[in-house]
Design a protein around this ligand. Structure first.
Ligand code: PLP
Length: 516
């Protein structure tokens, strides 16, 4: 072949060859080795999760511990796999907070299942980047169907389904991203309509007059979306931790009188602090009357709406323009998997469309090109893990999983209520129990610090700032949680409380050792 080439082409190739180095790339793990090591890794993960209870749920390390255990420079020469895995045990595991430990009760659950992990392995193996339909048709099409499946499980209004015309769902990394994107889409919608009725105005002027609303109990990501987009967001003072229509309406009227343009409102179903629910049937009609884009954040609690007995908490969702919940919190699908729906995706698509030639394809318009639906371009094949989980468990299996957690939360609630030293500070509706020792915040801080030092369970505290009430949050998180785990947690809390009150040092610091 080389002989048959004309001499100028030969020259070019010889010149190019002289320029490139002849270091040969050899993969350090080939398919044979991958089969062996991959299987070992599966065993490692299964052993980790099976024996997790033997470890302390919260790590004992100090900040900066890891830095001291690994070199500050990357290795120049290849290392051995076994050495890497040894370091997983020596360096990584000591610094892990074990979210899937039976005695982990902090934050909200992080979903986890072997089925979802298998989906993630396959997604990693396929390794496609599904930014357009053409960049991997199955990646887009399975996502469309999975989002419809989830929407049907939650009984979302038909307008959110993919065959509704403009509606549809998409998988994001997080709820925070959904709240920001919804805000940006709402912003553009508002700018467009204001500019239409007033041709004298311009988009920057309208932007400076826009105002959005969220409850003072909403997740910090809502305030952050306002900061990131430089849009004014006002916090609505909650009443018993719920955003109420009358308070919201007063603020809207005040802003209108002052020449502002109300345009966006975020309602929360299951607040982070105490899992309180805003009433969509009250907020929704207001948003409709004042032409506000209603975005509903049900990050944690959304999963429970697959159970008919909790679906009423989602009533009023027909008023929402966008809705998000995190299957990666409570629906057995590992992080990251945040399910987002738009009633009219055109507002998002119009906000985000930039059309370089290299991303175009001949089938545009026949299926969504999800690159227009979010901030980043690249996206993983995340619908695989939803597909695996839904098929393996069935909706029925998932309902049983949710119901078990809620039942156990009520068990914990009843143990707390039976102990005269404690009180419950928020109605228990889902898998979260908010409780405290009767008495001062200081007393509760002391209890929390002793629970942390005791180390048998891991919980976190929170506060109702307006009421100045500090409390402890107990979330049922473990996938295979049982009554024994809940009783164990209550037992640990109760014992630590006994010891605290018996401690002479503590007694002198707490003047009111009286629980009533
Ligand atoms: N919204 C609510 C109500 C939450 O509880 C949380 C986190 O717990 C978030 C948003 C943030 O979730 P993400 O990490 O998906 O952004």
């Amino acid at each position: 072949f080389f002989l048959s080439m004309n001499s100028s082409r030969k020259d070019c190739i010889q010149k190019a060859n002289r320029k490139i180095s002849h270091d040969v790339y050899t993969p350090k793990m080939d398919a044979v080795e991958f089969r062996k090591r991959g299987k070992e890794m599966i065993d490692y993960v299964a052993n980790y999760l099976e024996n997790i209870e033997e470890m302390k749920v919260f790590p004992l390390v100090e900040p900066g511990y890891l830095h001291k255990l690994i070199p500050s420079e990357p290795p120049e020469k290849p290392e051995e796999w076994d050495d890497i895995m040894d370091d997983v045990d020596q360096v990584i595991m000591p610094g892990i907070t074990h979210w899937h430990h039976p005695h982990f009760h902090a934050y909200f659950p992080a979903a986890n299942s072997y089925a979802a992990m298998c989906g993630d392995i396959l997604s990693g193996g396929i390794g496609c980047i599904g930014f357009t339909w053409a960049s991997s048709p199955a990646c887009t099409e399975l996502e469309v169907v999975m989002m419809d499946w989830l929407a049907k499980m939650l009984q979302l209004p038909n307008e959110f389904l993919s065959d509704s015309g403009n509606g549809g769902g998409v998988i994001y990394n997080t709820c925070s991203e959904a709240t920001l994107v919804a805000l940006l889409a709402a912003r553009n919608k508002a700018i467009e309509s204001h500019c239409k009725v007033n041709s004298e105005t311009n988009q920057y002027w309208v932007m400076s007059r826009l105002v959005g609303y969220y409850s003072d109990q909403a997740h910090s990501s809502v305030e952050r979306a306002g900061l990131l987009s430089m849009i004014k967001m006002r916090s609505v003072k909650s009443t018993e931790r719920r955003m109420r229509g009358n308070v919201l309406e007063e603020m809207i009227k005040e802003d209108l009188e002052n020449g502002f343009y109300p345009f966006y409102c975020v309602a929360t179903l299951g607040t982070t602090g105490s899992c309180a629910f805003d009433n969509l049937e009250e907020i929704g009609p207001l948003c409709k009357n004042y032409n506000l884009w209603l975005h509903v954040d049900a990050a944690y609690a959304g999963s429970a709406f697959i159970c008919p007995e909790y679906r009423h908490l989602l009533n009023g969702i027909e008023y929402a323009m966008s809705f998000v919940f995190n299957p990666h919190k409570w629906l057995l699908v590992n992080f990251d998997c945040s399910a987002v729906w738009f009633k009219d995706s055109k507002f998002v698509v119009e906000t985000f469309t930039v059309d370089p030639v290299y991303l175009k394809h001949k089938n545009e318009g026949k299926c969504p090109d999800f690159r227009h639906w979010h901030i980043q371009l690249g996206r993983r094949f995340r619908s695989l893990k939803i597909w695996f989980v839904l098929r393996l468990y069935g909706v029925d299996g998932m309902r049983k999983y949710i119901r078990n957690h809620i039942k156990l939360a009520h068990l914990f609630e009843s143990l707390i209520l039976a102990d005269h030293r404690f009180e419950i500070v928020e109605e228990v509706i889902m898998g979260l129990v908010c409780f405290r020792l009767k008495g001062s915040n200081k007393r509760n801080e002391e209890l929390y610090s002793r629970i942390e030092n005791d180390g048998r369970i891991h919980i976190v505290t929170s506060i109702f700032p307006d009421e100045d009430i500090l409390y402890l949050r107990f979330a049922v998180c473990y996938q295979f949680a049982t009554e024994e785990h809940v009783k164990y947690a209550y037992g640990a809390i109760s014992e630590v409380t006994d010891l605290m009150f018996e401690d002479p040092q503590y007694q002198t610091s707490d003047a009111g050792l009286n629980y009533n």
